[in-house]
Design a protein around this ligand. Structure first.
Ligand SMILES: NC(=O)c1ccc[n+]([C@@H]2O[C@H](COP(=O)([O-])OP(=O)(O)OC[C@H]3O[C@@H](n4cnc5c(N)ncnc54)[C@H](O)[C@@H]3O)[C@@H](O)[C@H]2O)c1
Length: 360
């Protein structure tokens, strides 16, 4: 028992960032500050989900300031989180507060400009919510600016840190379901906004960049313009792993389900990540059997884990769980599904040549 306790203690201690960083938020709206007000009756999403309270709860970081171009948002932020250092102009905040980690929770329109500017101002890490931005060229600029200035760029597709998915990845690396072959998602949601979470998970689990895509939309009107649309698609990764996205406009009765299929078993995440199921093959009878999924011993907020993860990435010098390249790939797959439909459902190689393409 004593040995077990000391092991549990080590897990907690080892996962803590070594230093304490100064954190700030740019954009004090729903995702930056208030979204937990909306999450009533969803016990499988442990609070906090908004970036400000997650930063307060996370180890290794102190929330020291925030910026929003709308003063009423700053008043509300002060009431909620007791932060006094509040700015209309985020550049002034960076100059004065000298933060290490900046959470960018504006809507997508200003995101590229804000991220490029923050990178050039010399912060250590940027934790930007999804969708990454609107065009592929903007995503390229964000990644380049962070690389040139030695800044960690981490996308807040926080399911990549959700400890149920972390355990699912461990099940796979331990060989329990054999080599991962394919991934399947059913979810009625738009491709760039909500499905960026799914495509980021696909990329993390695949462990390789997406190589080509084809897509089918519900109708031809969806393919016109730049709207964020639902759609179905087939994605093949460089290592041969395949993924299917099945997303229709109609609520088909399917809640968000993701299945990871290996050569001798599968993991299924049901009901928007509420339940995880593990199925393997009986070693003697060779028939499919159900097993106990290794549930997390302490199901925590994925946003808290993500923010601690960003601090750990600063210490490691690299972001591996959801870097900017994953954010760009999620946008690129969403756009490629639409472009494939437009061109007669053809196979499109990634990266797409036309970097002016946009969605949302
Ligand atoms: N990860 C998730 O699960 C999740 C959930 C909800 C929303 N989001 C994402 O969060 C983003 C924001 O959505 P929201 O619903 O919170 O929007 P929101 O409008 O409530 O908040 C955005 C805030 O940014 C501020 N802002 C805009 N430009 C600014 C600038 N240049 N400097 C400082 N502040 C600026 C606005 O005044 C506003 O208060 C979207 O991209 C959305 O997709 C993510």
């Amino acid at each position: 028992m004593a040995e077990l306790e000391s092991k549990a203690f080590n897990v907690v201690a080892d996962s803590r960032p070594k230093h304490t960083y100064r954190g700030v938020v740019v954009g004090c709206g729903r995702m930056g500050s208030t979204i937990d007000d909306e999450h009533i009756g969803m016990p499988h999403y442990p609070w906090p989900w908004a970036h400000a309270p997650a930063m307060i709860e996370a180890r290794g970081i102190d929330l020291v300031a925030a910026a929003d171009s709308d003063p009423s948002k700053l008043d509300d932020f002060k009431q909620r989180w007791g932060i006094e250092a509040l700015y209309i102009d985020y550049r002034q905040m960076i100059e004065k507060e000298k933060p290490d980690v900046v959470a960018v929770t504006t809507r997508p329109e200003p995101r590229a400009e804000v991220v490029v500017e923050l990178a050039e101002m010399g912060v250590k890490a940027i934790f930007a919510t999804k969708p990454m931005c609107r065009t592929l060229a903007e995503a390229d600029d964000m990644i380049q600016a962070c690389q040139q200035n030695n800044v960690i760029l981490s996308m807040a597709c926080h399911l990549n840190w959700y400890n149920w998915y972390t355990n699912a990845r461990k099940v796979i690396t331990d060989g329990v379901i054999g080599d991962l072959r394919s991934m399947i998602c059913h979810s009625p949601a738009s491709l760039s906004n909500l499905q960026s979470h799914t495509f980021a998970l696909f990329r993390l689990f695949a462990g390789a960049p997406a190589k080509w895509v084809f897509g089918v939309l519900d109708n031809d009107q969806h393919a016109e313009g730049h709207g964020d649309i639902p759609g179905s698609g087939y994605i093949v990764y460089e290592n041969g792993i395949r993924a299917v996205m099945n997303s229709h406009a109609e609520r088909t009765g399917l809640s968000w389900t993701i299945e990871f299929v290996g050569e001798k078993g599968r993991i299924i995440s049901r009901n928007a990540h509420a339940q995880f199921e593990l199925r393997t093959t009986h070693p003697e009878t060779n028939t499919p059997i159900q097993n106990q999924f290794p549930n997390p011993w302490y199901p925590r907020s994925s946003m808290v884990d993500a923010i601690e993860g960003v601090c750990l990435s600063i210490e490691k010098g690299v972001e591996e769980i959801c870097p900017g390249e994953f954010g760009r790939e999620t946008l690129e797959i969403a756009i490629a599904i639409r472009e494939s439909h437009k061109q007669g459902n053809i196979k499109l190689d990634l990266p797409l040549v036309d970097r002016s393409l946009r969605m949302g």
